[in-house]
Design a protein around this ligand. Structure first.
Ligand SMILES: Cc1cc2nc3c(=O)[nH]c(=O)nc-3n(C[C@H](O)[C@H](O)[C@H](O)COP(=O)(O)OP(=O)(O)OC[C@H]3O[C@@H](n4cnc5c(N)ncnc54)[C@H](O)[C@@H]3O)c2cc1C
Length: 349
């Protein structure tokens, strides 16, 4: 059987990688929305704003498996690592010992489970709860997702600059009135996806959520990437003596691409960071980065069938974490689309 023509809507990291995986598998993939006239007025999307933290460990086993496979692909391919702007800084993932996500059996080359006091001694974190425990991964760090997206776009044979105006059944109508048809349509439009589906009359459980971080001077180097589940604080090095720092936002159903910064959240980040990181300069170096991602339940970038259609899917739901899973998730999604397209067995979204 001839490989299908697949229309992929949205040129963020998810759509670009999915189109590339499909193309590599011999399908005709057309990536829609690669031009300058994006709804975000440029690349003002989650991929452009992303902090890019990547590691293998995640408390959730499904996310861990995708993150582990993605990191392995990155580490095995120096050209991919270069295209992604890979920086190996190490990664610390701190949890309370009572947390159900506390790891068992994650020890591998370059991976250690450390007690809270060891973390405090080795990395200078302050006032960690007594019962904290951390997964330390030496071969983890961060990428620049926007850079990886641009490299992937350069390798695509079929792109369509004009964005989609609307989804009409299994047909895509572009903003210039042209209509494109494919055997399959995948909406990979990140935080725009729920709105695009609803406008086309489809119900969806996908939602949007705000994400915000800012840069601070910390007065010392050599801090790794970290997630501290005991306080919510996450961060990564961002140049000499600088850290990117954030906390999860509580704002749901926010319009992309760039919501007003949340000053209350910025204050909470600072208060938490001053407890954990002695020597932090409380003045942010620039206004916060404020952006939106698409969230799913269960969380994670995955192919999901659109209820009520035979050939339409979404590939989104990164839930603030798809930079670290997109390599493996796009490979899985392409395989599912091509192998099982008469009966794709994927969850509804
Ligand atoms: C501030 C922030 C920090 C993050 N930090 C991390 C991190 O440290 N580690 C990590 O793993 N993950 C992180 N993430 C999450 C990760 O970056 C995202 O999950 C991922 O980039 C989502 O990519 P996407 O392609 O699904 O969506 P997007 O990057 O949002 O791309 C969607 C694209 O669809 C386009 N589009 C919309 N409507 C249309 C239309 N009608 N026609 C055509 N195109 C359309 C948009 O213009 C956009 O280019 C972060 C996210 C944010 C927002």
């Amino acid at each position: 059987m001839a490989e299908p023509r697949v229309l992929v809507v949205g040129a963020g990291l998810s759509g670009a990688l999915l189109a590339r995986r499909l193309q590599d598998a011999g399908a005709q993939a057309v990536l829609i929305g690669t031009g300058a006239d994006r709804p975000s007025g440029g690349y003002g999307d989650a991929t452009a704003a992303s902090g890019g933290l990547v590691r293998a460990f995640e408390p959730d086993p499904a996310a861990r498996s995708l993150a582990t496979a993605s990191l392995a692909e990155l580490l095995a391919d120096p050209l991919l690592a270069e295209h992604a702007g890979w920086r190996e800084t190490g990664s610390l993932y701190l949890l309370d010992t009572d947390d159900p996500g506390v790891p068992t059996g994650v020890e591998a080359a370059g991976v250690e489970v450390l007690a809270g006091q060891q973390v405090a001694r080795r990395f200078g974190f302050d006032r960690l709860p007594e019962r904290s425990v951390a997964v330390w991964e030496r071969h983890a760090g961060y990428v620049v997702p926007d850079r990886l997206r641009r490299a992937v776009l350069r390798g695509l044979d079929n792109t369509e600059a004009t964005p989609m105006a609307r989804l009409d059944g299994d047909t895509v109508e572009l903003r210039d009135g042209r209509r494109l048809t494919g055997d399959l349509v995948v909406v990979a439009a990140g935080a725009w996806t729920p709105g695009l589906l609803r406008a086309a009359g489809f119900a969806t459980t996908l939602r949007t959520k705000h994400i915000q971080y800012a840069h601070y001077a910390v007065g010392r180097n050599a801090l790794p990437c970290f997630v501290d589940e005991t306080s919510g604080l996450y961060g990564r090095p961002a140049g000499a003596g600088r850290l990117l720092l954030g906390l999860p936002s509580r704002r749901w159903d926010v319009e992309p691409p760039t919501p007003e910064p949340d000053t209350e959240l910025a204050e909470r980040v600072l208060a938490t960071a001053l407890l954990r990181l002695p020597g932090l300069d409380p003045r942010p170096l620039a206004p916060p980065v404020s952006a939106v991602d698409c969230y799913s339940e269960p969380a994670g970038l995955a192919l999901r069938a659109v209820a009520g259609t035979a050939h339409t899917f979404t590939f989104t739901g990164g839930s603030g974490g798809a930079a670290k899973t997109a390599l493996a998730a796009s490979r899985l999604a392409a395989t599912a689309l091509l192998n099982n397209r008469s009966a794709v067995n994927v969850p509804m979204g």
